[in-house]
Design a protein around this ligand. Structure first.
Ligand code: AMP
Length: 305
């Protein structure tokens, strides 16, 4: 049971207090698919320009990611330029060049339309909707977005949220999207739009999951070295969806475990720029950090007196 992901494949220029990198491999679908590939089969739909280097394609192939849906067209690859201050939780977007994404019309290959798991990574919500309309009957649809689309395409985004099972967004975006400063109120308002599960990412403070009947909180893994938070959200989503697709278990317990796998993957990603840490990662390290999470969050119930 594999996953289909549609999102950006990009060049990022990133500045953090620990260094600066120009035109490195990035993009929401790149981080997502690489992370999910540790758990399940992934097919990617996106577009790149003729400046996209073969070594990046080779890397995605080496992760067994199906690239039938990755089109290469004349023009420049999507380019995002961002900066982080010492508070690494909030990216400041300096420049967004949609480039080849400006005229991109996602066509879902017939082979992918029956996928059980669909992730609409951060791209134009109108494109997310076009993809959703081409799918047969996915079992789980999750989606992400960002401030750029919340301010420029709010109505289109609302229509997407009406139709997804799981929305995964940052806390600032949840506030911006709903106009509610309080996260519990923001969550209620998003669930009322139609999403059945909401996952709010809170950077180094972890994630909160809301459904109509429950709340689950997971911390982020405490790390001494954090270099670049870019892609943490997409890497989280990749681990989360990858684990769900691998087990097929969408019970509350299964979703909680998937949230921890997502958090584990994100914690590795921020240890280096671009996808450099994921490139070196092996599954044993993932399992070991999962156990670390369990230990870190365990506490006893009330004893009966
Ligand atoms: P994250 O840090 O997980 O929220 O996502 C970072 C990735 O999102 C970067 O690698 C960017 O290339 C990509 N990105 C930034 N802005 C946009 C946008 N407007 N649409 C699609 N992808 C974007």
């Amino acid at each position: 049971m594999g996953i289909l992901v549609v999102g950006s494949v990009a060049f990022d220029s990133v500045e953090t207090p620990f260094g600066k990198m120009d035109s490195i491999l990035g993009g929401s679908a790149t981080y997502f698919s690489t992370s999910a590939s540790f758990f399940t089969d992934v097919s990617l739909v996106a577009v790149v320009g003729d400046d996209f280097q073969e070594e990046h394609i080779d890397f995605l192939r080496s992760r067994n990611i199906d690239l039938t849906g990755l089109s290469r067209v004349n023009g420049k690859t999507f380019h995002w330029k961002g900066k982080y201050g010492y508070d690494l939780n909030e990216a400041q977007t300096l420049e967004t060049h949609l480039n080849v994404f400006e005229s991109f019309k996602p066509v879902i290959p017939a082979l992918y339309a029956g996928a059980d798991y669909l992730f609409l990574a951060n791209i134009d919500p109108e494109l997310q909707m076009e993809v959703l309309n081409q799918m047969q009957k996915p079992r789980v649809v999750a989606c992400d977005t960002m401030n750029f689309w919340i301010s420029s395409k709010r109505e289109a985004l609302k229509k997407v949220v009406e139709r997804v099972d799981i929305l995964i967004i940052n806390e600032g975006e949840a506030r911006q999207f709903t106009g509610e400063a309080n996260l519990v109120k923001a969550a209620k308002s998003i669930l009322a739009m139609g999403a059945k599960t909401l996952i709010i990412k809170r950077g180094e403070y972890g994630v909160l999951m809301f459904t109509d009947s429950t709340i689950f909180a997971a911390p982020a893994y405490p790390l001494e070295e954090v270099f670049d938070p870019t892609g943490a959200g997409d890497t989280f989503a990749g681990g989360f969806m990858g684990y769900l697709a691998n087990t097929g278990d969408t019970s509350e317990e299964g979703i909680r475990q998937a949230i921890i796998f997502g958090s584990v993957m994100a914690s590795f990603n921020v240890e280096d720029f671009s996808l450099n840490r994921l490139k070196k990662l092996d599954y044993k390290e993932i399992e070991s950090r999962y156990r670390g999470f369990k230990k870190m969050t365990h506490f006893e119930g009330l004893s009966s007196r």
